[in-house]
Design a protein around this ligand. Structure first.
Ligand code: FES
Length: 436
């Protein structure tokens, strides 16, 4: 760890931290636009030969980009080195022992305002300085701003707006002139409005570097302007997987989720439809990474019997899966079963149990409800005893569901006083040999 000074305050940072990261540690805000913690920097990004914005084709002009790629980022994150007076990008400069950094000096503010002016010249911004922007329906305008020049539906929720509020807009910022670029609404899951693109290339980096797809790219046109678009005339022809990584990183409304109403059920309909509220995207991501124990840990936060549920669930989550709009729903239920069948006991490490509460609970009935109640009570630290008239636990799962629904099963009954109450589905041949 080293110590640097930011705005006169001593801040402890790691030697591998950027100035931006060190400032974040100290809760000091530095505006950013092109930076994203999961993406490589915009600086150095390589253009492709041609991109399409709907019916418009843009070719790269090699004379406008050096062979090493883009020469700079958005430049909004500049900070001043107190000793030399130099301005450096906070997102791409590493801290050094004894460094003294200013994030709000006049020089920094002037540069940020200049950069913001350049960016806003290419983006509708009439509403950003409107005194009545809060609660504005955007359908009528008391200042008579033409509809085309008003801000997008992201107003109030927009990173560019946040940055503009912090830096303050230069009164000399030129009026945005409508560009009449395509607005494409016939793709599944998200819409694209190229009039709102500021060329930060976060979507390109998410598609290329995060997902390895390269369905979108950017060129630098003969006027030196960055043009982002699909690498073929349509996204489908560009082999887009509609993974929506580009939507997640777009901060200006240029790529907008069709379901965006800022409601959780719009964005995560599978979670909203799951009666247990399991965080489905989270565990699917772990399954995709072959991290079955982590996936089981996520699933077990909602249901303690994933192996069985992965076989008998009626799958309401799949009914609402947004991938239906692209091709077919994700096989959420089968993937839960896959995690249960291929995971180990490793999930227990992350499944915390509260310290013993000293309380005892008797649960009558060792069916799914009783076992689930016992599981969560035990996690809360209570001592649990489960009673059942049948010899073995499971209730309707054991006695009501035909054996054919399961592989050869073995029920392991653990002490209700142990730290976890678990039913295990053993796989043959082990089950026949070792069933207690
Ligand atoms: S955020 Fe650092 S250069 Fe854009």
């Amino acid at each position: 760890m080293i110590t640097v000074t930011i705005n006169g305050n001593a801040v402890t940072a790691e030697t591998t931290d950027s100035i931006l990261k060190a400032a974040e540690r100290a809760d000091i805000y530095i505006p950013t636009l092109c930076y994203h913690p999961d993406l490589p920097p915009r600086k150095g990004g390589m253009p492709v030969h041609v991109v399409y914005q709907g019916g418009i084709r843009f070719e790269n002009d090699p004379s406008k980009t050096p062979q090493t790629g883009l020469e700079s980022g958005c430049g909004l994150c500049v900070v001043e080195m107190a000793d030399s007076g130099e301005l450096e990008p906070a997102c791409g400069t590493l801290v050094a022992e004894g460094m003294s950094i200013l994030t709000e000096s006049d020089k920094v503010k002037a540069r940020q305002r200049e950069k913001l002016k350049e960016i806003l010249a290419d983006h509708p911004h009439a509403c950003l300085t409107c005194a009545q922007q809060e609660g504005c329906p955007r359908t009528q305008c008391s200042s008579n701003v033409p509809e085309k020049e008003r801000c997008c539906p992201q107003l109030g929720n927009c990173q560019l707006q946040k940055v503009a509020d912090y830096i303050g807009m230069d009164p000399a910022t030129p009026k945005w002139m409508p560009t009449d670029l395509p607005v494409i609404k016939d793709d599944p899951l998200f819409d694209r409005d190229y009039n709102l693109c500021i060329g930060c290339t976060r979507c390109v980096r998410a598609c290329r570097d995060l997902r390895g797809i390269e369905a979108i790219g950017f060129v630098v046109d003969s006027g030196g302007k960055i043009r982002v678009g699909s690498v073929a005339p349509t996204l489908r022809e560009s082999a887009c997987k509609f993974c929506t990584a580009c939507v997640e990183v777009c901060q200006t409304g240029a790529i907008l989720d069709k379901g965006l109403k800022n409601k959780r059920e719009d964005l995560l309909p599978c979670v909203a439809a799951c009666p247990a509220g399991i965080n489905i995207p989270w565990y699917l991501r772990f399954v995709a990474q072959r991290k079955m124990d982590e996936a089981l840990w996520v699933i077990r936060q909602g249901v303690p019997l994933p192996g069985i549920l992965g076989r008998v669930c009626t799958r309401p989550c799949e009914e609402t899966c947004r991938r239906r709009d692209v091709n077919e729903p994700i096989s959420i239920c089968a993937l839960k079963r896959f995690a249960a069948d291929n995971g180990s006991e490793g999930w227990k490490a992350a499944s915390l149990k509260a310290t013993d509460s000293g309380r005892k609970v008797a649960v009558v009935g060792a069916g799914p409800a009783g076992l689930t109640a016992a599981f969560y009570l035990r996690k809360l630290g209570h001592s649990v005893t489960v009673f059942d008239s049948n010899e073995k636990p499971g209730g309707m799962m054991r006695y009501g569901i035909p054996d054919t629904a399961f592989p050869e099963t073995c029920w392991t009954r653990k002490s209700a006083r142990s730290s976890h109450w678990v039913l295990t589905l053993c796989r043959p041949p082990q089950s026949a040999m070792n069933c207690p």
